[in-house]
Structure formats: structure tokens, C-alpha cells
Design a protein around this ligand. Structure first.
Ligand code: ATP
Ligand code: MG
Ligand code: FE
Length: 349
């Protein structure tokens, strides 16, 4: 099937088109710059930006694929989790498109989209696989058997901040620009990761092996910065960034590989915005190679929010024979990740 995917859960308006697992179009407009002076995403600004970008982004995606609206077989849209106003703009637009094209609409869980992003680059996911989702709002270890046919097993989640949130907050402390993740990645290139020893939360014997905690790490960076300030010394920003990145990469890769070992899984998939981090990639790669585990990480443009990943889930749902969303489907800003689709999934066998 040919499926158009719409994403609008945060500050990216994304439209992507997928045909039978093949990526045909991938267009993203971001309101990131409009939020920069506030140091974080402002929901009202994000919603208005989606309203402005929706039609141009969809138009561009159809042009890229060389398709007309009438050639689509289905529309898939993120129904949650995310910012309420932002999700509403995307869902309203997607409903209209599906109605105009006379095709079914599928509601997709944003995080299932992040997982499916990898299939656009590396093909179908092997079953089972361990998936590490590391984004601005989530840090979770999942055991995935069949993304759209079976419930998704959570091995562990963060108890407080997400890894991306930790990068974003620490960047502010270090005086780096928004968004913090990419800024820390860049600054860390000139730093020494061993200059400071930041804690490795929840890695002691007896700790939950798959749970994460990153708020203490942010506090450790703040204390380290404060110490320099009190001494009237310049903050070695590059060293701080490198050491923080090392601590996050160490914890993430260690726990992901522990899950692979415990469940006898040979494929690890790392997705979400933080999967774009160069140190997270490099360290995870090294540890996977040592453990004989295949590592799959989507290319950077598919790691951060986009519509192609939502189209990828929609394509899988259509092929699995899943029920489309009812006409009155609504958003769910805090949807837990249990199923890839937000509509119940009696899949025709
Ligand atoms: P969620 O998917 O949980 O709803 P989100 O959509 O905001 O959250 P993504 O778009 O997947 O998250 O990722 C954005 C996050 O990724 C931000 O926290 C950003 O700082 C982080 N990030 C992006 N690039 C990098 C990088 N190179 N290094 C570290 N973090 C990065
Ligand atoms: Mg974003
Ligand atoms: Fe996301």
C-alpha cells in the first residue's frame, strides 16, 4: 500500500510517504528556531506553526513522491503522546486528507513511529529485538516481537528525566545553545571525557538493570559548574560536555546490552533523537561488536521526529489487516506505549 504519514506531536511538522516498506517522501518543517529564545518548546507557538506548515509539507511530500492525493491507500497520523494542541492540528489535518481521498485513517503511537523509522533504512525488524528509545521525552528499553501484531514489552523506563532532556538541561547550565543535544555533541569534540567523573545512575548491584535515571546527572553537572564559578575559574565547557556525554552513553549502552544478554536477543535497535549522538553511537557500536550483537541505528534524519516513521507504522498496520481508526478518533497526549496503533488491534489473522 501507499501510505501518507503525518507527525505533529512536538515542534516538527512531518509528512512522509511509504510504499510497502519503501520510503518515497520525507519532508519536515521545524519551529525549533521560534522556541530557542524561550529555552524550550512553547506549546501555543508549536500548534500555530503546525497550522502554517501542514499543507505546504504535505504538498511537498506528494510532489517528492510524484503522487496525487487520490493515489494514496491510507493516511496514518500520530495521535499521541505529545503536546495536546500540536497533536490536534495534525489529527484534524490528517482526518480531512483521509476524508478527501476516501481512504482509511490509522492512529499511530509516536514512539512506535520512532521504532519503525529503522525499517525504512534496514528493512523489517528481526523478531525478537531489543529497542532502546532515547528521545527528548522518553528513555525506554523495549522487547519487540512484532511491532504491530503484538503488545510491546517494557523492560524499563526512566524514573525521572529522559536522556534528551538531560542533554537539553545540562546544555543550559553549560551556557550552550538550544537544542542542547546537538550543541553538547559539538562541544564534546574538543573535550576530554575523563576530565570529570560524572555518576552512572542505577548501575550498582541491586539496582533495576533496565531502569534509567538522569535527573541526578543534571544536578551533578550543575554542582560541577557551580564549583568552578565559586573559584572564579572559567568553565571548561568542552570537558564537561564530553564527560556528560560519556556518562550517558555508558549507561545507555551498558543497560541495552545487558537486556540483549538476558533475553538472548541478537539485534539491538537504537532510535529517537539521542540516537543521533556520536558518542552514544560509537560506544554502543563497540560494545555490540564485542558481544556479537547486531546494532541497527537509523540515519540521523530519521532519528528525530518525522512523518516517514509514522507512514512506516501505517504501512505495517495496513499490511497486517488492522482496523482503521473510527471517525471520532481523538488525541491521547499521554498515551502509554502498549500497542503501535492507538485503535484497538484485532488483526485479521
Ligand atoms: P519524544 O519522541 O520523546 O516525544 P521528542 O520528539 O522531542 O521527544 P526527538 O525529536 O526524538 O524527541 O529528539 C529530540 C531530542 O534529541 C532532544 O532532546 C535533543 O537534544 C536530542 N538530540 C538531538 N541530537 C542529539 C545529539 N547529537 N546528541 C544528543 N542529543 C541529541
Ligand atoms: Mg523536536
Ligand atoms: Fe519524538
Amino acid at each position: 500500500p501507499i501510505v501518507l504519514g503525518i507527525e505533529s506531536s512536538c515542534d516538527e511538522t512531518g509528512a512522509g510517504i511509504v510504499r510497502d516498506g519503501q520510503l518515497l517522501a520525507h519532508v519536515v518543517a521545524s519551529s525549533m528556531d521560534e522556541h530557542a529564545r524561550f529555552g524550550g518548546v512553547v506549546p501555543e507557538i508549536a500548534a500555530r506553526a503546525h497550522l502554517q506548515s501542514f499543507n505546504p509539507v504535505v504538498r511537498q511530500a506528494l510532489d517528492q513522491a510524484g503522487l496525487r492525493l487520490g493515489q494514496l491507500d491510507a493516511v496514518a497520523v500520530t495521535t499521541g503522546p505529545g503536546l495536546s494542541g500540536a497533536l490536534q492540528v495534525g489529527l484534524a489535518g490528517a482526518k480531512s486528507l483521509a476524508y478527501a481521498a476516501g481512504v482509511p485513517l490509522y492512529g499511530v503511537h509516536h514512539l512506535a513511529g520512532h521504532v519503525a523509522a529503522d525499517t525504512l533504512e534496514h528493512g523489517p525488524l528481526p523478531a525478537p529485538c531489543v529497542v532502546l528509545i532515547v528521545s527528548g521525552g522518553h528513555t525506554s528499553l523495549l522487547l519487540v516481537r512484532d511491532l504491530v501484531r503484538e503488545p510491546i514489552a517494557h523492560l524499563g523506563d526512566t524514573l525521572d528525566d529522559a536522556a534528551g532532556e538531560c542533554f537539553d538541561k545540562a546544555a543550559r547550565i553549560l551556557g550552550l545553545p538550544y537544542p542542547g543535544g546537538p550543541a553538547i555533541d559539538r562541544a564534546a569534540r574538543d573535550g576530554d571525557p575523563r576530565a570529570v567523573e560524572f555518576p552512572r545512575p542505577l548501575t550498582r548491584a541491586g539496582d533495576d538493570p533496565y531502569a534509567f535515571s538522569f535527573s541526578g546527572l543534571k544536578t551533578a553537572v550543575a554542582r560541577w559548574a557551580e564549583k568552578h564559578r565559586l573559584q572564579g575559574a572559567d568553565l571548561p565547557v568542552a570537558d564537561g560536555a564530553a564527560a556528560l556525554q560519556e556518562a550517558v552513553a555508558d549507561v545507555l549502552s551498558r543497560k541495552a546490552l545487558a537486556a540483549c544478554a538476558a533475553y538472548g536477543v541478537r539485534t539491538l535497535v537504537v532510535v529517537g533523537g539521542v540516537a543521533a549522538n556520536s558518542r552514544v553511537r560509537a560506544l554502543t557500536e563497540r560494545r555490540c561488536a564485542a558481544a556479537g550483537v547486531e546494532l541497527r541505528v537509523p540515519p540521523m534524519t530519521l532519528c528525530t521526529d518525522n512523518g516517514a516513521m509514522i507512514a512506516a507504522v501505517g504501512d505495517l498496520l495496513v499490511r497486517a489487516g488492522a482496523e482503521p481508526a473510527p471517525l471520532d478518533v481523538s488525541i491521547d497526549p499521554s498515551a502509554p506505549l502498549e500497542y503501535a496503533s492507538l485503535t484497538p488491534l484485532p488483526v485479521a489473522a
